[in-house]
Design a protein around this ligand. Structure first.
Ligand code: SF4
Length: 87
């Protein structure tokens, strides 16, 4: 089960949620600025990478940015597995 107690310290707790669900990528700057100073940014991002919400800014990244990060991590994990000598 994914923990969410980190949200108690979130910089966005008292911010209108609409800010975090911009109408386009180009309108995500306000949310990203708040995330940039959030003390639980890493926890938030990992939560979003685990639960994969389809939209919104989480941990400072938009959904397409999170999708690209997931793909980069998967590629790195695959390379790491391939680089290991066979047992
Ligand atoms: S990183 Fe951004 S979306 Fe996540 S808790 Fe902090 S302010 Fe909210």
């Amino acid at each position: 089960m994914t923990r969410t107690d980190w949200f108690d310290d979130a910089a966005c707790r008292d911010v209108d949620t609409d800010v975090f669900f911009p109408t386009s990528e180009a309108h995500a700057d306000e949310a990203k600025a708040i995330c940039a100073v959030c003390p639980v940014r890493e926890e938030c991002l990992e939560y979003a990478l685990d639960t994969r919400p389809g939209d919104g800014v989480w941990g400072g990244l938009t959904a397409p940015e999170r999708h690209r990060l997931i793909r980069r991590r998967q590629k790195a994990a695959r390379k790491s597995r391939e680089a290991r000598p066979a047992a």
